[in-house]
Design a protein around this ligand. Structure first.
Ligand SMILES: [Zn+2]
Length: 253
């Protein structure tokens, strides 16, 4: 959605009484499928969708400093393609591509997953058609999302809401979609959806503001450990390091 605002600064610079400009949420930088080396299998046309929900997830796996986000994404894609063979007991679940549309690393880098024109995958039972799945790496029952990860989630959600004209009440967590089956995205992220903070950040971003997105204090009975790899300095180091053994090379900051 486009919003109009008046910029008194540019009005002054232009020497006119007022100037109108369109304020749009810019697409946040993403590591494209080509950059991380995606090898998707074809998805049947019967699974096409028009996005009407943005559904937020965590990976539910403890993030450690040793994990490379691109490797994590590639491994998840291969696992989904092979799971009928590798899961014990064998299950008739084949995922041709990543189950999510976007995946956010602790340092805030956003990885492009399944194309949004195809419905996602899930191990839980809820209507998948119409969902854009946004996953944050980590387990937020055992560790806390980083500021960079929260900021990327807010920016991405605002841009997706704008692009697909998804209203605020269609932004939800996985547990909102399948309440009896999962506590995803974990205690320390769910708080921001329950108290309205996440949507307040998204709403401010949609208005052209830059909200101060930072984690709240540790929850009583919740995780206290920050997710590793969430520091800006580590982003710089990591960005300069090519991914070994794969064709993907990081070009994102
Ligand atoms: Zn989930």
């Amino acid at each position: 959605m486009k919003r109009i605002f008046f910029s008194s600064l540019s009005a002054a610079l232009l020497g006119i009484s007022q100037a109108a400009a369109a304020s749009e949420v810019h697409k946040p930088p993403v590591v494209t499928r080509e950059q991380w080396g995606s090898k998707p299998h074809p998805i049947p046309a019967s699974r096409k969708q028009t996005p009407v929900w943005i559904t937020i997830h965590h990976a539910g796996e403890l993030w450690t400093a040793r994990v490379d986000p691109a490797t994590f994404v590639r491994n998840m894609q291969v696992w989904g393609q092979n799971r009928p063979r590798i899961e014990k007991p064998p299950r008739d679940t084949y995922w041709p591509d990543l189950p999510y549309h976007f995946l956010i690393a602790p340092d805030g880098r956003i990885y492009e997953g399944r194309p949004v024109e195809y419905e996602p995958e899930s191990n839980t039972n809820y209507p998948l058609n119409g969902n854009i799945g946004v996953e944050m790496m980590g387990d937020f029952n055992r560790q806390r999302p980083s500021s960079a990860q929260l900021r990327a989630a807010v920016q991405l959600t605002a841009w997706l809401a704008q692009t697909h004209r998804i209203p605020m009440d269609h932004i939800r967590t996985h547990r909102d979609a399948a309440p009896r089956e999962t506590d995803c995205p974990g205690k320390d992220f769910t708080r921001y959806m329950k108290d309205g903070q996440f949507k307040a950040w998204v709403a401010a971003t949609l208005k052209g503001e830059t909200p101060d997105v930072n984690p709240g204090p540790a929850l009583r009975g919740g995780p206290t450990a920050p997710i590793p790899g969430g520091k800006t300095a580590e982003v710089r180091d990591d960005a300069a390091r090519p991914v070994t053994g794969e064709k993907a090379v990081f070009t994102q900051p």
